[in-house]
Write a protein that binds this ligand. Structure first.
Ligand SMILES: Cc1ncc(COP(=O)(O)O)c(C=O)c1O
Length: 404
């Protein structure tokens, strides 16, 4: 077929014409999806190996989630937090129980959950820990990705994310990721929190050394500092457990959640913590018009129920092992390194062969969608509903791309 009877080229051109170029998407235009599969405007099918950066852990249009959304759309969609609606308490209770925490504070995007965590930690620092006014400090890691607000990019170490967005918010100390001694040395009497991704997704699925997370937990406990785990991408089944922190049996003081919490349907994020921490917030001090809205809660309740079965965490472990086996066999055959935890993989392509972007374009041409990050790295995060055969298919396509 020639280009002028395909709809994709025109749709790509229109998207480029009418949007700010703050993304560089692959030139595919999706019009429908089911499970792990996407279909474009020209009827071509693709296996989704990104899953909306883990926002689609349960696949596209999971029937239980879609049914909950439809039912709620027909009844009540928004009240604001000025009133209480009938989905609110169930969502907060069920999510709090999944997290083993007392309280939940719902927001919408991941960045808002991170902002909430920062605000809560600072207020806790002043009111509970007794840090002098204006002196609260939060320790973060090099290579972090926590979102795009002005405060969050203030402590990013990625120049693309940070440059020309100053003046920057003070109150953050950056230490190397995975280095417990450096983190410990950076803590002083004004440190209110350590904010970390238990696995750095955006950085290329970077897994810290074994013992790091439990070491961070211990030092935070010893020094009266809150451990805030940003599980927005790593949590809710992705990393072979409900939370990536579970891998080391670590319970942070605050979980930051997002992405998959909205079932791939609505933006839902949340902070879960005990009342000695989240209890510092009083009426008027924080909020969001859409945070915890009825549609979001109705969908997220079903997300929590899906997770409560344990099935998705099991699939993440089992399918992840299959993915690991397939990818490790490609090390030395176009891949220089592979990192896998649960159904989540970072692959470093031999830069002499091609860039991550080129690899993703070639994968797309073979019907597999994935996304590059930082030069020659590709992140694979297929929906947890993917089958063994589909994992094998993705690995086979990757092998073809690497073989040229
Ligand atoms: C670990 C982590 N935190 C926060 C965010 C920000 O989430 P959002 O894009 O929903 O604001 C992301 C998004 O990729 C993330 O991976």
């Amino acid at each position: 077929m020639v280009d002028d009877i395909l709809r994709t080229p025109g749709a790509v051109r229109d998207a480029e014409r009418w949007t700010a170029h703050n993304y560089h998407p692959l030139p595919v235009v999706i019009s429908s999806a089911e499970g792990a599969w996407l279909t474009d405007v020209d009827g071509r099918r693709y296996l989704d190996c990104l899953a909306g950066y883990s926002a689609l852990n349960f696949g596209h249009r999971h029937p239980q989630l879609i049914a909950a959304a439809h039912e709620q759309l027909d009844r009540l969609t928004l009240t604001s937090r000025a009133f209480i609606h009938d989905q609110f308490a169930d969502f907060c209770r069920e999510l709090a129980e999944l997290c083993g925490k007392d309280l939940v504070l719902p927001m919408n995007t991941g960045a808002e959950a991170v902002e909430t965590g920062i605000k809560v930690a600072r207020k806790w620092g002043y009111q509970v820990k007794g840090v002098p006014a204006g002196q609260a400090n939060i320790v973060v890691a090099e290579g972090n990705f926590h979102g795009r607000t002005t405060t969050i990019v203030s402590f990013s170490t990625d120049e693309d994310a940070r440059a020309d967005f100053g003046p920057y918010t003070p109150g953050f100390t950056v230490v190397p990721y995975g280095d417990l001694a450096a983190l410990t040395a950076s803590i002083d009497e004004n440190t209110v929190a350590v904010l970390l991704e238990p696995i750095q997704g955006e950085q290329g699925v970077v897994i810290p050394p074994e013992g790091y997370l439990s070491g961070v937990r211990q030092v935070c406990t010893d020094r009266n500092v809150l451990f805030i785990a940003d599980e927005i991408q790593s949590g809710l089944g992705r990393a072979g457990a409900t939370f990536a922190c579970d891998h080391e049996g670590v319970v942070p003081d605050m979980y930051l959640l997002g992405k998959a919490l909205g079932g791939g349907i609505v933006p839902v994020s949340a902070v879960a913590a005990n009342s000695d921490v989240l209890g510092v917030l009083k009426p008027g001090q924080h909020g969001s018009t859409f945070g915890g809205n009825p549609l979001a809660c109705a969908v997220a309740i079903e997300v929590v129920r899906l997770l409560a079965t344990g099935e998705f965490q099991r699939r993440s472990v089992e399918l992840g092992q299959r993915l690991r086996n397939g990818l490790e066999a490609l090390v030395g055959k176009g891949l220089v390194a592979v990192r896998v935890r649960g159904l989540w993989a970072g692959l470093d392509i031999d830069p002499a062969l091609m860039s991550g972007r080129e690899a993703c374009e070639r994968l797309a041409a073979r019907g597999v969608l994935a996304k590059d990050t930082h030069g020659s790295t590709i992140r694979l995060a297929p929906p947890l509903v993917i089958t063994e055969e589909e994992i094998d298919l993705a690995v086979a396509r990757l092998a073809e791309v690497l073989a040229g």
